[in-house]
Design a protein around this ligand. Sequence first.
Ligand code: SF4
Length: 369
Amino acid sequence: MRWENLAPDSGHSRADAALFGADAVTTRTFDTPEFAGITFHEVRARSVLDRVPGASRMPFEWTLNPYRGCTHACVYCFARKSHGYLDLDTGVGFDSQIVVKVNAPDVLRRQLAARRWQGEHVAVGTNVDCYQRAEGRYRLMPGILAALRDHANPFSLLTKGTLVLRDLELLRQAAEVTDVGVSVSVGFTDTGLWRTVEPGTPAPERRLEVVRTLAAHGIGCGVLMAPVIPFLGDRPEQLRATVRAIAAAGATSVTPLVLHLRPGAREWFASWLGRHHPHLVNRYERLYAEGSYAPKWYQRRITRQVHDLAREYGIGPARAELPRRLRSAGHPGAGPPDHGSPVSGSSSGAPVPRHTGPCPSGPTRLSLL
Ligand code: SF4
């Protein structure tokens, strides 16, 4: 299907052609309630291993993202901006226009077999969640994990999706031949906050069930405690409840990361904040006056509190009785290393990913933007 031949409202764009080849885009919708209002753009990628630019602060060099856009629809998602590169809307469009690299497993297998590939660590799902709802239908991850396993290629993945448990056996097999890191993202356990700010994700408790199940099967799993949301999820009792729940789930490590609001995410989050918590707008303007990140003093305060709680609840080396090759992993998508260093003594040796990002809505006049 060629993008030029599509009607203007078809959901296709010039970027489809620019990024994936003019002949490679097929658009689908599905009549099931689960996918109501969602459009899938199936593309055949030429390459699925992306090199992180040298200047990046990410602690990994190679990433693999089988999807673009994410139905988990987190208001704060930093990846929204990247949807704009495809000429797709970074608000509702990010949540509902999902690009699917349908040939990702085959292309990965080919790239891993290439003579020039040196077997470097691959961070999976660093931009958007590789276990979002679409994965239930497209089933790309089993092929990806099998390819990594067959080439004994080290990798890590980070997710908010419970679907990762479907691939538990593949993770175990991979961990027998290479280093595997798994992390789950749980920034808070407040269900009221969850419903509005992460509307498409499984509830925090269900994500912690994933941690529990992985641990029960010998797969150590770290928790990226991200994002800690200022004034909404940062009260001492909230931090305590979250770390306590993470510890009770058997996490091998906890890595706090304060909300960051880069362009793309910032606008969407500001709009959401103005609608749901207008009394906080001025405080946010002050806290993020210097740019995308909260001030260092605030980040240090949160990190110290979480680390103290982690020690109190025993998350650390004493809990990390992991098989040799199983490590809790951070994702590349979870954030720059200086924002997400593991708790002291944690078993997390893998890079931490970054997906934490924002949501759609009406106009806003926040100078946050
Ligand atoms: S933060 Fe992660 S789970 Fe949430 S929308 Fe972004 S990519 Fe999806």
